[in-house]
Design a protein around this ligand. Structure first.
Ligand SMILES: [Zn+2]
Length: 131
């Protein structure tokens, strides 16, 4: 992992980013260990993408579930990644990021958990969203 990239992008990018395993959006940076979802401990690595298509930032966020806690406990509302990892490409600039693509491509086999999807499963809107 490039710490430079983390430092440069951390704040605005991590505000945009969420965890595709549990839907939470708070990440912890543990020095010399990496960056992890605070809720489920999925690791995320940020890498600058060479193909920026003119955007200020073009970043690959690579998620890995090797470190994820309680991945197979259903009640924890977690969804494993295909073969334990997935990447998302983010384009834009601080405050105006968009997801360019996920890899593997979301489909019938797998979809990233939406941001906040499991935050409050009692909320009607969230439940409807899950359906
Ligand atoms: Zn998570």
């Amino acid at each position: 992992m490039s710490l430079e990239v983390i430092d440069r992008h951390s704040e605005a990018l991590f505000e945009f980013l969420w965890c595709p395993v549990c839907g939470h959006e708070v990440f912890s940076h543990i020095p010399f260990e990496g960056v992890f979802c605070r809720n489920c401990n999925t690791q995320v690595e940020l890498k600058a993408s060479r193909e920026d298509r003119g955007y200020e930032d073009a970043v690959l966020a690579c998620f890995d579930t090797q470190t994820t806690w309680n991945l197979h406990v259903d009640e924890k509302l977690r969804r494993d990644l295909p073969d334990g990892s997935a990447r998302v490409k983010i384009l834009g600039a601080p405050g105006a990021y968009t997801v360019d693509w996920w890899s593997p491509e979301p489909g019938e086999a797998w979809e990233p958990v939406e941001r906040g999807a499991f935050d409050d499963v009692d909320e009607p809107e969230a439940v409807a969203h899950l359906a």
